[in-house]
Structure formats: C-alpha cells, structure tokens
Design a protein around this ligand. Structure first.
Ligand SMILES: Nc1nc2c(ncn2[C@@H]2O[C@H](COP(=O)(O)OP(=O)(O)OP(=O)(O)O)[C@@H](O)[C@H]2O)c(=O)[nH]1
Ligand SMILES: [Mg+2]
Length: 350
C-alpha cells in the first residue's frame, strides 16, 4: 500500500539525574563529593532512504518514545547516554509540526538526517558544585526532559517531469515508452491509483548521457478539486517537478474535445496551487497511431500554436515522437532544475 501522509508522536529521551554522593574511605572521615552526572537522553532522528517509497511503516508504528539517560552515581560515575533512534523515511519526506503546520525539515537527498526531537541533557552531580565555600554540596541537578512533538510527515516525490491529463490519456503508457518502469495500463479510467516513477535517458548535444525522472500520477477530471474522481491530493507528487507534460488524447476512439480537456486540467492544477501555473509545460497529443483523419489533433495544434505552447505529437504504441519529446523535456528540465525540489507552502483554506 502506498501511504504518503502520516502523523507520528516523538519523545526524545530525558536526561538522567545528577547524583549526590560523598566519598567514603577507611581512614577519611569526611570524603569529598563524588556524585556523577546523568547521561544525555537519545535524539529522535529521521534519515532519508532510497530503499523506501512509502511512509507505510510509520502508519504501523506511530509512537516513538525513547528511554532516558542513566542517572549519575557515586565515584564520579556518569550515567550512560541513551541511544538515538533513527527512523528511515523515503526521500522527499516533508516534516511539519502537527499543531502549527510549521515546516521543520525536508529530506531531499538519500542519507540526509534530521534531528526532530533533541534528547535532554543529563543533570550535573554534586561533585560539580564543590567550591571553596561549599565543600559538601548537597545539590545535584535533575536531567532535562527530552523534546516531544506530534508531527505530520508527508511524502512529496521528487521528479523532473510530471505527467498530467485525463484518465486514459495515455500517461502510464508513455511512462513505459520512455522508461523502464512497469506501471499498470488499462483501457478503463483510473487505472493508476498511486504515482509511478521512471527514469528516461537522453543524449545531450555534447554526446553526454543525461537522465530525467518522470512521475506518472492518477488521472484528473473536471471537479477533481472538489473531490471528484480521485481528487487532486496526489498532485503533491508532481509539485516539485520542474516541467509538466500535459497529455491529451486525440484518438478518434473517444468523443472528447481536446482543447476543452486541456483547459480543464489546467484549471484543476490552478485549484491545487496557483504556483502550478508558473511551471513550464509542454502539450502532447497522444495515440497518434489511431488519430485517423486528424481533426482533433488539428484543433489542438492550432490552439497551441496560437498560444505559443510547445506542442508534440506522439504514439506510445509505435514510439512515434517519443525520443524527440524526451530530448526536449531534458533540455527544458536542465533550464529549470534550479527551482525544482521545492515543496509548495500549503494554501490556507479560509
Ligand atoms: N493505440 C494506442 N493506444 C494507446 C496509446 N497510449 C495508450 N493507449 C491505450 O489507452 C488506454 C489508457 O492508457 P493508460 O496509459 O493506462 O492511460 P492513463 O492516462 O495512464 O490512464 P489512468 O491511469 O486511468 O489515468 C490503454 O488501453 C492503452 O493501451 C497509444 O499511443 N496508442
Ligand atoms: Mg495510468
């Protein structure tokens, strides 16, 4: 199961208490103070891992409460620190405070770590309080409590290109034609229920092989922002992309108006987040092998030409136009990569 949002409770370890103790030796009646410090409490740490693609493990384990550091003891013995707890999460996990929604961190590279709750310091033992005027201190500190929070973890996949369009537009088929991914393909709407990622390669003009990551997401329909179809929440998985690719079915198998289809998808993107309209995008007419007379493709091409939208004609079935499209996407991605990866600030719903 693909899980892209979870709420977890974390409590770092408390610090151990400092100790009050005095040295006792055979011929020394009044030994000095020798109470040791308490040990530090463990931190709760998130670590981004490429091995994970969902937050499902955290749905099964929601609470992470760490042990306190050991208390200090006599003979100036410090208490042992309690171990940190490292929780692996998928790359692309965004962490927010559950109560305030404040951004705490965003794990975008494999191996990156984020301390989300700091363990408390151990308290000082009484030997630390000895002074010229106080040779027998009776005080020691208590350990500091570890931090505790309720957090929201949200996975927002990282990809260069996002495929968008109506159900059945041919998004997953194009992902297969461009990459080695194996998404489910079907001649019924909403075949794709979870995002799929694939990597496409292209040769730059200097002969170098470059790669772009492509995300295929479920189809959108009119009113998706009001919850129709599968809704628009999965668009979070393409909000960090640098370029969008709109797929529009121009085959003669359906009665759709391609321009109308395209405009509906644009509107749904706007409803998801206005910043989605700031992303560069291409339009691709799909299923050209069964576009017959080409009336629909003609309508779409004329519209895109008028608006100066970059326009492509492709067939995932025959491979027509796929390679030039990858290349054009690759060049566009390279131009815009610098502003990718950013997760969008959530919109405040009035
Ligand atoms: N002839 C032809 N059929 C295609 C082409 N691309 C996709 N199809 C067919 O169109 C149907 C839908 O394709 P998908 O790739 O599953 O479409 P999708 O956009 O991923 O659909 P959802 O996951 O439901 O949103 C399938 O029956 C595909 O075989 C194409 O280039 N030519
Ligand atoms: Mg699909």
């Amino acid at each position: 199961m693909f899980v892209d949002q979870v709420k977890i409770y974390v409590k770092a370890g408390n610090g151990g208490d400092g100790c009050v103790s005095f040295r006792r030796e055979k011929f020394v009646s009044q030994g000095g103070p020798d109470g040791g410090d308490g040990g530090k409490g463990g931190d709760v740490v998130l670590e981004a891992s490429r091995q994970l693609s969902t937050l499902i493990d955290l749905r099964y384990q929601q609470h992470y409460k760490l042990k306190r550091g050991a208390h200090g003891s006599g003979h100036n013995s410090s208490g042992k620190e309690s171990p940190d707890r490292v929780i692996p999460v998928p790359v692309g996990t965004v962490v927010r405070d559950f109560e305030t929604s404040e951004l705490i961190g965003d794990l975008v590279t494999s191996g990156e770590r984020l301390i989300i709750a700091k363990g408390g310091k151990g308290g000082r033992g009484n030997s630390r309080f000895k002074s010229a005027t106080n040779q027998t201190p009776l005080e020691a500190e208590q350990g500091v409590p570890g931090e505790e929070f309720w957090l929201t973890l949200e996975l927002k996949l990282l990809a260069d290109v996002g495929l968008v369009g109506f159900p059945n537009a041919g998004k997953s088929s194009l992902l297969v034609a461009m990459t080695h991914a194996h998404p489910k393909i079907g001649d019924y709407p909403f075949t794709t229920l979870e995002p799929n990622l694939g990597v496409a390669s292209w040769q730059s003009s200097k002969g170098q092989l470059s790669h772009i990551t492509i995300a295929d997401v479920p189809g959108l329909i009119e009113g998706a922002h009001e919850g129709k179809g599968l809704g628009i929440q999965f668009l979070k998985h393409i909000e960090r992309t640098s370029v969008l690719l709109h797929l529009v079915d121009v085959s003669e198998m359906t009665m759709n108006n391609p321009v109308h289809d395209f405009e509906i998808i644009r509107e749904e993107m706007l409803q998801y987040h206005p910043k989605m309209h700031e992303k560069p995008f291409f339009v691709a007419a799909t299923k050209m092998d069964i576009a017959m007379g080409g009336e629909k493709v003609e309508t779409l091409r004329t519209y895109c030409d008028e608006k100066a939208f970059p326009f492509f004609e492709i067939s995932s079935a025959t491979g027509l136009g796929v390679k030039p499209l990858i290349r054009a996407l690759g060049i566009e991605v390279e131009k815009h990569r610098h502003n990718a990866n950013q997760a969008l600030e959530p919109l405040i719903v009035q």
